[in-house]
Write a protein that binds this ligand. Sequence first.
Ligand code: XMP
Length: 519
Amino acid sequence: MSDTSNRPVLVVDFGAQYAQLIARRVREAQVYSEVVPHTAGVSEILDKNPLAIVLSGGPSSVYEEGAPQIDPKLFETGVPVFGICYGFQAMARALGGEVSHTGTREYGRTDLSVPTEGGALHQELPASHPVWMSHGDAVTKAPEGFTVTATSEGAPVAAFEDTERRFAGVQYHPEVHHSPHGQEVLRRFLHDVAGIRPQWTTSSIVDEQVARIREQIGDGKAICGLSGGVDSAVAAALVQRAIGDRLTCVFVDHGLLRAGERAQVERDYVAATGINLVTVDARERFLGALAGVTDPEEKRKIIGREFIRVFEQAERDLKAEGDYRFLVQGTLYPDVVESGGGAGTANIKSHHNVGGLPDDLQFELVEPLRALFKDEVRRVGTELGLPETIVQRQPFPGPGLGIRIIGEVTQDRLDTLRQADAIAREELTAAGLDRSIWQCPVVLLADVRSVGVQGDGRTYGHPIVLRPVSSEDAMTADWTRLPYEVLERISTRITNEVAEVNRVVLDVTSKPPGTIEWE
Ligand code: XMP
């Protein structure tokens, strides 16, 4: 590995929710990136020894009072800079160009015109092609030394570059899919203008993390709680690759899992990794603690509390056998950026933390996914040979089926829901829809009775709700337009095969106002 692979491209967050997306796109160009708030000063930025700086879009006009500015000293450091949208305008201003209210706002899909010469960023792209714009002000004069390499109706200067000083910028958003050539433009900036070698690959991530884990853990021992989800599975597999048998995983079966999930961990995951696994069968304990409880937040609290108790017992048992000082957690980069607080996009998420562990654990944390985005975690999982069922698993809440039974959680109801859920999943997978759905909660309205007719008799059963959603990050979601034939198959099979269910309904609510889960 060359010594530049750890140096980041820094994406300066001006607060428009695009910074993380830009950071992901930079990594797709195989260059390591990190997000920093726009309040970071030049010296703080230089301390990170960046290979380049990307100034992100932002919500404000450069003329707005309190609009974030750029310290012009940034451009004297010799570090390559790429400005996007607001960052492009702020850059133009800082370097002596002009930004004005042209009166022509552009929002959404816009045609970009590229002259024949096109410069380093746009040469040989179609002379006219769509880009995603979102601006009121426009750069009307490029700073001295810059060439204008694209225009649009509302942006006389829609892209500029000074390849000598390794500066460039675009008015549009290259990071979104609505700008089909955007990734290529970003790639050209990073590789061709800034001269960065593409070295951030899945195998380099694995090598680097394994080396770091070895350094941190030395000859100590580590514990990892597995949930059945992607993050803990990949984190554990990385640590296992680094320290082998000195890692022990703990899997708590709380009885609220879906059909086949325990086997996926106990059989498939262990077969793929050779990991040491302790399963704690705590099904009865959870069922007992949940008896009579119908309030969703109360259920979450109970499940969270019991989970911690069970895990702590497992931990005491292990500590009695060996020197387990390290705890592995699957914290991802977005959690790190988002919990950093401060300005910008940081604070949007208020996340449920059921299944999380208390702060006073006597452990040193090992977090091998702290620098990674979810898609990178999946690729690392594949690289480590984990089963597809785990690597591609859709999100599933920690409290599991406990919050998908509307009403009290009982063994019978769990069995009913598990059967219905398995049918829905089977049919969605068979129809090839797994990748186009973010997740599809299947909910049992246990406290509702619906009348039906089967054979000669009337039935009095329960409705099942299907809640297929499409989403980027679960913050917002839309209901997925599933093909009618698929819905029909799911409905027919559930009502035929699951005894207690005589009705299947489809949830057609977006988020907001509805949440993804029903409880
Ligand atoms: P909502 O229902 O808030 O869900 O739209 C957003 C995402 O979070 C998941 N979710 C949970 N995850 N513990 C979890 O670990 C919980 O209590 C919980 N509640 C919701 C939900 O499945 C979706 O992906």
